[in-house]
Design a binder for this molecule. Structure first.
Ligand SMILES: [Zn+2]
Length: 553
């Protein structure tokens, strides 16, 4: 799963489904045998390879990543799946632009009452490079716009009544307390940036508050500077989500953020508390800021791996279900406990291993499923959902022919799986699909227990949603039937000690591949139901994402 923005980038309330007593699955359903063919030792073996030190953490645009891609392609080939990348191969090339801030030639200063103060890179602030220009500067007054969110359908606008044209906006990461996926959507850095530009802003400062510091501490943001910022390039060579109108941006430390509010008439505590409660304060700051930055640019590339299983129905085979899992992780980075290789075992060798075994289960079916299926291992997820966003923009089949996406990321195979959290399903008829799959497998479904983590925008399904394609991202839920096992505590400990650290490797304790099989069966079954239904999945009437993205197609 990706960080909140790149690089600069609880307890589950169980919604247990009533499982009808004695509702055993029909003995003749061909999906039974397919599900039973998914083996824990196969998932473990794929993970052992993909998370091996030899692959050096599968960093996007690294040799280790390319070996991983070759492995996926070879496995797909061995199953008899058709190459569905570029020019008859399993690979789709993703052109990328790498941008590194040139720290020695990057500066941020603020002046109040004619007194200028220079902030220190890495201590007070950091920047991400500009992905298209080697040098940019901006100097302007600063307006604090709260969340910086404009949501007409929610009757919400932080920019109402203020004029930020030609100004720098400062904003916090969070969003108002909308429903979970919408809150996540409006928290996204890309949305906030686009909105600031739409209102005429020329620079953007991200204020760090205790909430953001808790989710993505400034020192981790600094640590992540060791990796360049990456964007994918359009066919016209333009970086994705690029707004040349913004001539400068910066991310502040918590302490520098506090000082930003000096003399504004609002204390930082007041501002942070409001944001935490989902409320926004908006006011001009009594200062001007000057941001000057230089960027080191380089064009590189990476690959998505794409394989096809052709459907058996003469008409429905022209439609595609897309399974996705990100193959990249963070590569080699700063040492933690003496280890520099970020193996990414759960994140996301697990999802790729499950992708392979789901593909194998489908490939052995006779007859094959009615609709066709694309199995896509994507690159650049950790750098901002890049490979999936590229694929969703430039799919290797017609975009209209893609009926749904099922995404797999970071399977938490660390406790007995009793429930699934189906991120995004509630927006479309995929809700019925996950209910039927859960019922068959005697799993419960649970709602998002931690909306503040904005998980809906943090994995690859979001790229498909933004192209109007209904999508679901199932994750392991936190129910437990054993008082000695507390999945929430296990997950929190994992996040603190292993997530995005070299310790997410195959030596970590308690990997339970039987739980991974259950998750794989759930993912398989969702796909099976989608491929067999004569009706393709559809957005719910008046759904925000359906209205916002599907109608553009
Ligand atoms: Zn991740």
């Amino acid at each position: 799963m990706r960080k909140l923005f790149n690089h600069l980038v609880c307890a589950a309330v169980a919604l247990a489904l009533a499982f009808p007593a004695g509702a055993a699955p029909a003995a003749t359903d061909p999906s039974d045998a397919a599900m039973e063919s998914i083996r824990p030792e196969a998932i473990r073996a794929h993970m052992n390879f993909l998370a091996d030190d030899l692959l050096e953490g599968r960093g996007t645009n690294s040799r280790g990543y390319e070996i991983a891609a070759k492995y996926m392609a070879t496995e797909f080939e061995s199953m008899g799946l058709t190459p569905a990348g570029d020019a008859g191969t399993y690979l789709q090339t993703v052109p990328l632009r790498s941008a590194r801030p040139d720290e020695l030639n990057t500066a941020l200063s603020v002046s109040r009452n004619g007194k200028a103060e220079t902030l220190v890179f890495r201590k007070d602030f950091l920047t991400i490079g500009d992905p298209a220009r080697k040098e940019t500067s901006v100097e302007a007054s600063v307006v604090y716009v709260g969340f910086g969110v404009t949501a007409p359908e929610q009757n919400y606008d932080d920019y109402k009544g203020i004029d930020v044209r030609g100004k720098i906006v400062a904003l916090v990461f969070e969003a108002p307390n909308f429903e979970s996926s919408l809150k996540a959507h409006y928290s996204s850095f890309e949305q906030k940036t686009a909105n600031a530009v739409a209102h005429g802003a020329v620079g953007l400062i991200v204020v760090n508050d205790p909430v953001l510091e808790g989710l993505y501490p400034f020192k981790e943001q600094v640590r992540d500077l060791s990796r360049p910022g990456l964007r994918w390039l359009t066919r016209e060579g333009v970086p994705n989500d690029y707004f040349p109108q913004l001539r400068g941006g910066a991310f502040l430390s918590l302490e520098a953020s506090r000082q930003l509010f000096a003399g504004s008439g609002h204390t930082p505590e007041e501002v942070f508390q409001a944001a935490k409660e989902g409320k926004s304060l908006v006011f001009p700051l009594p200062l001007t800021a000057r941001i000057h930055k230089q960027t080191k640019l380089e064009d590189v590339s990476s690959h998505n791996v794409v394989a096809k299983l052709e459907g058996s129905d003469p008409a429905l085979k022209n439609e595609y279900l897309v399974y996705s899992a990100h193959l990249d992780h963070l590569g080699i980075g700063e040492a933690v406990k003496g280890d520099t290789i970020y193996n990414g075992a759960l994140d996301n060798a697990s999802g790729c291993a499950i992708l392979l075994e789901v593909a194998r289960a489908f490939s052995q079916m006779n007859p094959r499923p009615k609709r066709s299926i694309l199995f896509v291992a994507v690159t650049g997820e950790e750098a901002g959902l890049l490979g999936s966003d590229y694929f969703a923009h430039y799919p290797t089949v017609s975009k209209d022919a893609i009926v749904a996406n099922v995404n797999m990321d970071e399977d938490q195979m660390l406790w007995p799986l009793l429930d699934i959290i189906p991120f995004g399903a509630e927006h479309s008829t995929l809700d019925g699909v996950v209910k039927r799959a859960a019922e068959r497998l005697h799993l419960a479904l649970s709602p998002d227990p931690m909306p503040e983590q904005v998980i809906f925008i943090r994995s690859d399904q979001y790229s498909f949603v933004k192209q109007g394609i209904p999508a679901v991202f199932p994750t392991a839920g936190f129910k437990s039937s054993d008082p000695k096992i507390d999945p929430v505590a296990i997950f929190k400990e994992w996040e603190e000690t292993r997530y995005h650290q070299p310790q997410d490797d195959m030596q970590q304790p308690n990997l339970d591949f039987n739980q991974a099989v259950k998750y794989a069966q759930f993912a398989y079954l969702c796909g099976w139901l989608i491929t067999q239904d004569p009706q393709r999945p559809a957005w719910n009437a008046h759904d925000f994402f359906g209205d916002h993205y599907a109608k553009k197609m």
